[in-house]
Write a protein that binds this ligand. Structure first.
Ligand code: FES
Length: 63
């Protein structure tokens, strides 16, 4: 298993890693819907929605 925390899988339905979400946010995604469209995260069971929203908020707050 990788030790890089950014390799952590956030969305298991679509195997979306934290790294992928952060890259999309850094590339300009500003809403949950944009992250869904760009990475497919949270478009399956929806179980990761809370965490995805949390990551987005934290990253946007960080600036
Ligand atoms: S774990 Fe992300 S949609 Fe199911």
């Amino acid at each position: 298993m990788s030790k890089d925390p950014e390799d952590r899988t956030i969305c298991f339905c679509h195997q979306v890693r934290l790294k992928t979400l952060l890259e999309a946010i850094r590339a300009g995604a500003k809403t949950f819907e944009e992250l869904q469209a760009q990475t497919s995260c949270s478009t399956g069971c929806g179980g990761c929605e809370y965490e995805v929203r949390d990551i987005l908020k934290e990253e946007l707050d960080r600036g």
